[in-house]
Design a protein around this ligand. Sequence first.
Ligand code: HEC
Length: 153
Amino acid sequence: MLGKIGSVGLAGVIGIAASLLGGCSNTPVDTDNTDTVNGPPEGAALYYRDVKPILDAKCNNCHNASGIGPFSLETFEDAKPLAGLIKDEVVAKRMPPWPANEACNDYWGDRSLTDEQVATITKWVDDGAFEGDAEDEGKKLTSGEKFNCRGQT
Ligand code: HEC
């Protein structure tokens, strides 16, 4: 685990160094190598609008500065350098940890991700993990918001 985070961290540092070398610009803090010239691709998923509400509802009760998660995922600067790792974990359904068997039970406070939420996070990462506009933040989700297996919400 540390190895992976270490190498992501290093890539982030190289990205920052590269953007400093790139010289003057008042582009917002960018921690990696995404295309700050052309901006997000058409129709891209964006951090504030699409991803932050999911991380806040399903991840950040553990992934905060004093939580049991090994790092915070509370801000764009936290999440962006770990985007690839976040995608791997949610696609493999290792995160968030949810050991209960969902075969056909519903649980209060279920914090697993819906397929749509996994798809949104995946799309955000694949689109280049862009920040978007903080003023355009998506609606807050409750951690138990989930389609249940009997077709009710
Ligand atoms: C119940 C607490 C909890 C929740 C909720 C949670 N995590 Fe974690 N997460 C952990 C802990 C503890 C670890 C370190 C141990 C491990 O890797 O299993 C971890 C590790 C990770 C890692 C590093 C894995 C690696 O290979 O190094 C990533 C990435 C991650 N979590 C992302 C997420 C995302 C994204 C969510 C929400 C969709 C989430 N976590 C929700 C507790 C949590």
